[in-house]
Design a protein around this ligand. Structure first.
Ligand SMILES: C[S@@+](CC[C@H](N)C(=O)[O-])C[C@H]1O[C@@H](n2cnc3c(N)ncnc32)[C@H](O)[C@@H]1O
Length: 389
């Protein structure tokens, strides 16, 4: 037999809790002549079982019902579902903490955060010490802060020798340029990369070109390329972020952005870059879009992961109009434009694959190439020629 203080010690509960349990009839002490209560071994076991049921989320009343009568299956099923949900959430929280300690990949978490709360995710990356440039790269390319540096090294190893970093061609650049309804006087190119479109524009329009990118090595290549093409005197390269362009309002009559606006979000680009255009100025940009309503599951899942903000031509046109532009033209880039990007990329993969067998950057690039081969008429690159109202 146990005194109440002994029972309390055995089960790790306070005296007052046990008295409350007794009042509810959950345990039943024997009062001795001297007024002390005593409890049996059965009471100890009953309290222990009750504690286990409580840990499973049952209320005291439900515990009592479970102990005193037949189990109510329905309420237990409900409790079990809640418990499972709880465990799943705790498991996720555990994985996040372990990932933050570098014990496994944070990729899925970054991707989830980025699609559910992109601004908060971005701010958080900055707080972790990433520069704006690296935080953007992490969102778009490496997707895991623990492996960011090695991923980016591998990524650049594949991409560095390529001339193009996105689909496009001289013919499509010139097709868009022909839709600009005036002779440009000041042209800004955003996310110019190594200047593949810049040099084409410089050769075909008289305007001086300000070419912006946040990757210095790309701008060095642009300078070399411009020299080789004999257009160096028409191009000024500026290292800056497309999210914070250091130019006066209405400084340009044309803004050009081939496969770069997605970095900050095309709708944001429509809104934020507008102030830089003169009234009636023209924004030309290209963007990956759905070209059918029902892409294959694999293709759909891939792009939703890689480019959560992907839209179709109609969506972008609505956004452009809402931001204050008229659509002068919108056309699908040619198959040659795709091939001009993906064929050299495939050749790079073929050359480096054996050496980079363990690389997750290589695995991702191969996945993208596989999706490109399934493209059919599921997705396109769309060129938009928009005039500021
Ligand atoms: C897909 S590439 C396209 C490059 C080039 N327009 C082309 O078609 O080859 C995107 C470019 O945007 C640049 N970029 C990425 N984030 C940027 C940012 N925040 N500000 C300026 N440029 C950025 C990259 O360095 C890269 O050169």
């Amino acid at each position: 037999m146990y005194r109440i203080s002994e029972l309390a010690q055995q089960v790790g509960l306070s005296r007052s809790t046990l008295l409350y349990y007794e009042k509810l009839g959950l345990i039943c002490g024997n009062r001795l002549d001297n007024g002390y209560r005593t409890y049996s071994e059965q009471d100890v076991q009953r309290v222990k079982l009750l504690q286990q049921l409580q840990a499973g989320g049952l209320t005291l009343k439900e515990c009592q019902a479970c102990l005193d009568s037949q189990i109510n299956r329905e309420s237990l099923v409900q409790r079990l579902a809640i418990l499972d949900e709880d465990i799943a959430q705790k498991q996720k929280a555990r994985e996040l903490l372990a990932a933050m300690l570098g014990r496994h990949s944070m990729r899925e978490w970054h991707q989830n955060m980025d699609s559910q709360a992109p601004a908060a995710h971005f701010d958080w990356l900055i707080k972790q010490g990433f520069s704006e440039k690296e935080a953007l790269r992490l969102r778009w390319i490496s997707k895991d802060m623990n492996t960011h540096d090695s991923y980016m090294n591998d990524f650049f190893r594949v991409f560095d020798p390529l001339e193009r970093w996105g689909p496009g061609s001289e013919a499509d650049t010139l097709r868009a340029l022909a839709k600009v309804p005036f002779v440009p006087e000041q042209l800004l190119e955003v996310g110019c990369g190594q200047g593949i479109a810049t040099t084409v524009l410089a050769a075909h329009c008289p305007a001086p070109i300000t070419a912006v990118d946040n990757h210095d090595a790309a701008l060095d290549r642009l300078a070399r390329r411009a020299g080789e093409c004999g257009v160096a005197d028409k191009i000024t390269a500026v290292t800056a972020s497309m999210t914070d362009l250091p130019f006066a309002d209405e400084a340009f009559d044309v803004i050009w952005a081939e496969s770069s606006a997605y970095v900050m979000g095309v709708e944001n680009a429509f809104k934020q870059w507008k102030r830089l255009l003169t009234p009636g100025g023209v924004l030309v940009l290209s963007d990956l879009v759905w070209s059918c309503d029902t892409p294959d599951d694999e293709v759909r899942a891939f792009w939703l992961n890689e480019y959560p903000d992907i839209g179709d031509e109609k969506v972008r046109i609505v956004q452009a109009k809402q931001a204050g532009y008229e659509v002068l033209d919108s056309f699908v880039l040619s198959d040659e434009s795709w091939a001009a990007y993906y064929e050299p990329l495939q050749a790079q993969v073929d050359a480096l694959e054996a050496d980079m067998a363990e690389s997750s950057a290589m695995r991702d690039i191969k996945k993208e190439l596989a999706i490109y081969r399934q493209r059919g008429r599921q997705f396109d690159y769309q060129m938009f020629v928009l005039q500021k109202r």
